[in-house]
Design a binder for this molecule. Structure first.
Ligand SMILES: [Zn+2]
Length: 533
């Protein structure tokens, strides 16, 4: 046997329970043909050898909740990756405008509120670098946007414009618009801007794929696939450029009912080899920080008193039972967004109804985010065969927790957040994802938080009893997410016969920690598709 690729000289994490580590892996064509001693023996005559020099290799990561097309497109437009403050942000806008004189609009995303006083940049500042075209720049979390005077004029926003019901126009003392728009007010400008075309999204997807491959991610579940993103996947695959193995979660339109089933069934038929649109995304609630996460009990006020607000069910729980039963009966996988404990319970109740009506299925419904989970619901994941889809980066004591979350949930409910160790202990299956571009796509940084429950070393750990072992976290981000994508017999672990989807790291994070660890090479089906320079 002549190997095409042998990786050796360090440890290889397999995600195979009986044999978690081996010291070599050999590849012929697109498949793994040997591990351990036998792989080491095949180094003579191998076409290519990667010497780990004491570092770790792992299965290619599978990101179970990510938005590569829109996030990649943001990177192709005006972005702030190299900016550090308001002044350098303005330089970035100025440079982008100068480099793209033909664009009718300057569109971009990714500035943090901390760069500007009150988090609200002024239109005049933007006018200085974009005086002649409308400009619309969304902030990092997408809940606010910075616009210039041209954009405000074009949208007809002036002193007399009322705030929309779901948003707010930041104003000067005289009531005229200041230049920052919040939430639904963004759409007052956005609806005048050119829509993302399939061409735009195909380019964005290619850029997003590069980002993911650069982090060792060889497969993923796209968490919002609308019709244009669907077409972008088909186009990229048709051009032979889709390298990752992808399940698409088609967006459930909440303002429509079951009549969209026909369209979902038809769209499922329009898949490819690598892109399989077999899941449906059901967004059940909002976020805790603005009190739209759906809670079993009331939010508190600043002083710890009770309020009337329990958040918002984006889909009525009884209606959800019908929707999920029918989706399950049509063999769709349900991918739920659930942040609050009532949203999590609604998802579990809906799957329970589906199980009762349809019997067991292999659809592998999964709940993403899982911020607040009522302890009574923990054992239901295993009992109902619902997979926990964790975004571990959020489980640390950041300012969102200190200022916007814990005071309004109270101590008891706060301690129910991101209960990853309890879920595993209850027998639940677990996959992991990044939610890039809301958060970084860097898997090592995500696993760092999963195992330490901190971001900085001097930070108080966030309910540290919910920390995972490195083995548990790596298994979730590989085999666990591959299970969600129905591809665990092909990828997500290292064993003879599996696809050679691999990530090579620059060190052994079991010994040196995950946060600073970098991916230096990514292999898809035996082919090196990313190499760090
Ligand atoms: Zn998301």
């Amino acid at each position: 046997m002549r190997a095409d690729l042998v990786i050796r000289g360090g440890r290889i994490f397999t995600a195979e329970p009986g044999r978690l580590f081996v010291d070599a892996v050999a590849v012929v064509g697109e498949r793994i043909v040997a591990v351990g001693n036998e792989a080491n023996d095949s180094v003579t005559g191998a076409r290519e050898v990667i010497d780990l020099k004491g570092a770790l290799a792992t299965p290619g990561f599978v990101d179970a909740h990510v938005h590569p097309a829109s996030s990649g497109l943001d990177k192709l437009r005006c972005h702030f990756d190299d900016a550090r403050n308001a002044a350098s942000a303005l330089e970035a806008v100025s440079a982008y405008a100068a480099a793209n004189p033909e664009l009718p609009w300057i569109i971009g995303a990714g500035w943090p509120q901390s760069w500007f006083s009150n988090g609200c940049p002024a239109k005049e500042v933007l006018d200085r670098v974009v005086p002649d075209r409308p400009a619309l720049l969304t902030n990092t979390d997408g809940h606010g946007a910075w616009v210039n005077s041209m954009a405000l004029q074009l949208a007809g926003i002036d002193v007399d414009t009322a705030d929309p019901p779901d948003g707010r126009i930041e104003r000067l003392a005289d009531g005229s618009p200041q230049g920052t728009l919040h939430e639904g007010a963004i759409r007052l400008v956005e609806r005048h801007a050119p829509q993302d075309t399939v061409d735009d999204l195909t380019a964005g997807l290619a850029r997003g794929q590069d980002e993911l491959l650069g982090h060792g991610i060889t497969g993923w579940q796209d968490a919002i696939v609308d019709e244009r993103i669907h077409d972008a996947y088909l186009r990229l695959e048709g051009q032979g450029r889709l390298r990752g193995s992808v399940v698409g979660a088609m967006w459930w339109r909440r303002d429509e009912g079951l009549e969209q089933m026909h369209e979902l069934v038809a769209r499922r038929e329009r898949g490819g080899e690598r892109f399989r649109p077999t899941a449906v995304k059901l967004m059940l609630d909002g976020v805790v920080e603005n009190f739209t996460a759906s809670m079993l009990d009331h939010y508190l006020d600043e002083r710890g008193g009770t309020t009337e607000n329990r958040g918002t069910d984006f889909i009525d729980p009884d209606e959800l039972k019908e929707i999920v039963s029918i989706l399950d009966d049509h063999d769709f996988q349900c991918h739920f967004h659930a942040i609050g404990d009532r949203a999590v319970r609604s998802a579990l109740d809906a799957v329970e109804t589906a199980r009762r009506r349809n019997g067991p299925s292999d659809n592998r419904h999964h709940i993403a985010h899982l911020q607040v989970v009522h302890p009574d619901d923990l054992p239901r994941f295993a009992a109902l065969d619902v997979v926990a889809n964790a975004q571990p980066l959020w489980a640390n004591n950041d300012e969102y927790q200190a200022e916007l979350t814990k005071p309004f949930l109270g101590a008891r409910r706060s301690s129910w957040q991101y209960p990853f160790a309890s879920l595993l202990a209850s027998g639940a299956r677990m996959g992991m994802g990044s939610d890039w571009g809301v958060s970084t796509a860097n898997v090592m940084e995500e696993i760092h938080v999963a195992v330490t429950r901190t971001w900085d070393d001097d930070e108080e750990p966030f309910y540290p009893w919910q920390a995972l072992t490195p083995e548990q976290a790596l298994t979730a981000f590989t085999a666990g997410s591959a299970y969600i994508n129905h591809s665990e017999d092909q990828t997500g672990s290292i064993a003879v016969g599996m696809l050679a989807d691999l990530a090579v790291l620059d060190r052994d994070p079991f010994r040196e920690g995950f946060r600073e660890t970098r991916v230096v090479a990514t292999v898809v089906g035996g082919e090196i598709v990313f190499e760090a320079r």
